[in-house]
Design a binder for this molecule. Structure first.
Ligand SMILES: NC(=O)c1ccc[n+]([C@@H]2O[C@H](COP(=O)([O-])OP(=O)(O)OC[C@H]3O[C@@H](n4cnc5c(N)ncnc54)[C@H](O)[C@@H]3O)[C@@H](O)[C@H]2O)c1
Ligand SMILES: [Zn+2]
Length: 360
């Protein structure tokens, strides 16, 4: 079954989720076939770019070029960005063209930035192939690249015209990457509460690749994120709740020199932030976090890193504001399942305690 979810931002767009979808059919319902380019990476391209290209061409699209970048975070760079826009220019893609981003979050973030800036913007279509991209990065419009000085430091908000997530693509995604996508699912289930939270009992089944379980979790996640993003497109307020687990998670990721995958760092970060939540609000959700994350195949501890290194990396995070005190951190905490509070100030001392509980 193909589900259609609307993202009601200023220029609304649909997200289609299903298994073995008619990609070209869904696209043609939203955009007239014209010239296009496909951006992908060196792992996803050989698996799926050929069939996507064929399907598009069979329904009247003209594929001007397929741009394949090396797989991995290093492709979110100004150098790879420059090479990608130059390939579009050389292929003769015009302003009425469309860029299809076929890949994980790296291709999606890079592709949105390419589409939003090439000829001052062309149509952008997301074809997320990793679970993380399907449930999180493909919607919401945040796009961009990294600098040697830090992650995601250059970018903008570029909304796609549509997003199409074919669950069949997950069949080739490594288990560790599936678990990382599930970290964001657990995060959103805890933030949402209700039926979404209850559906987290499907985590183990989904992890084994069961399409129905995956579809339930992906569509709950998309509906939840779409609702949050529609309320606060430019992250002026409530959208901040999506950073649950990420304040400490980003610190761990940087302090471990990116040897932990994002979802693994966020998993341990959520356990630490659940500890802070229970100290602040009295409701102990730490064991619940551990149980859900282990169902998802994620660690609930981080490698042995000094808490000081994590705190220092948190101090450099781009989400910090210049007026934030050096001795306090702002967190999204949970009063209970489904009851997030954002902007909660926590002292450096208390933060250090929560980090020490999860490292080593
Ligand atoms: N824009 C946002 O709102 C947002 C939100 C969260 C994360 N992100 C960004 O997303 C990126 C991480 O995304 P990711 O985890 O998808 O990483 P990724 O794009 O690097 O994909 C992970 C790996 O899986 C491979 N892969 C992807 N789909 C596959 C498939 N179907 N079969 C086999 N291999 C496949 C990729 O080639 C890559 O090697 C980070 O750069 C992060 O900053 C952005
Ligand atoms: Zn995340």
């Amino acid at each position: 079954m193909v589900e259609r979810i609307e993202v009601e931002v200023a220029e609304p767009y649909p997200v289609f989720v299903g298994a073995r979808m008619d990609v070209a059919g869904a696209v043609s319902g939203v955009l007239e076939p014209a010239a296009c380019a496909i951006l992908t990476d060196s792992e996803v391209g050989p698996l799926y770019a050929g069939s996507v290209r064929q399907a598009l061409e069979a329904s009247g699209w003209r594929v001007a070029c397929v741009v394949e970048v090396p797989a991995g975070e290093s492709s979110k760079s100004l150098e790879v960005y420059a090479e990608a826009v130059r390939q579009l220019a050389r292929s003769g893609l015009t302003r009425d063209g469309t860029l299809f981003a076929l890949g994980g979050g790296v291709v999606g973030d890079l592709g949105g930035f390419v589409a939003g800036t090439y000829m001052r913007s062309i149509n952008f279509v997301g074809l997320p192939t990793s679970l993380l991209a399907m449930v999180d990065s493909s919607i919401g419009g945040k796009v961009g690249v990294d600098l040697p000085e830090g992650k995601n430091l250059v970018g903008g908000f570029v909304q796609p015209r549509l997003v199409l997530a074919d669950l069949g693509w997950l069949g080739t995604l490594p288990d560790r990457q599936i678990s990382c996508g599930l970290a964001e699912v657990v995060k959103m289930g805890l933030l949402s509460g209700g039926k979404f939270f209850e559906s987290l009992d499907l985590l183990q089944t989904a992890r084994k690749g069961d399409t129905n379980a995956l579809q339930t979790l992906v569509s709950h996640s998309l509906r939840f994120k779409a609702g949050v993003v529609a309320e606060d497109e430019l992250e002026r307020g409530r959208r901040a709740i999506l950073n649950y687990g990420h304040t400490i998670g980003h610190g761990l990721e940087a302090a471990a020199d990116y040897s932990l995958l994002h979802g693994e760092a966020v998993a341990a970060g959520m356990v630490a932030e659940a500890t802070l939540s229970s100290r602040r609000f009295g409701r102990d959700l730490v064991d619940l976090h551990r149980a859900l994350l282990s169902d998802a195949g994620l660690p609930t501890q981080a490698p042995k890193i000094p808490a000081e290194a994590v705190l220092s990396a948190m101090g450099r995070d781009k989400k910090r504001r210049s007026k934030d005190s050096r001795d306090e951190h702002r967190f999204v905490l949970l009063e209970d399942v489904g009851e997030p509070v954002w902007g909660v100030q926590v002292s450096e001392l208390e933060t250090r305690g929560a980090i020490e509980a999860i490292v080593g």
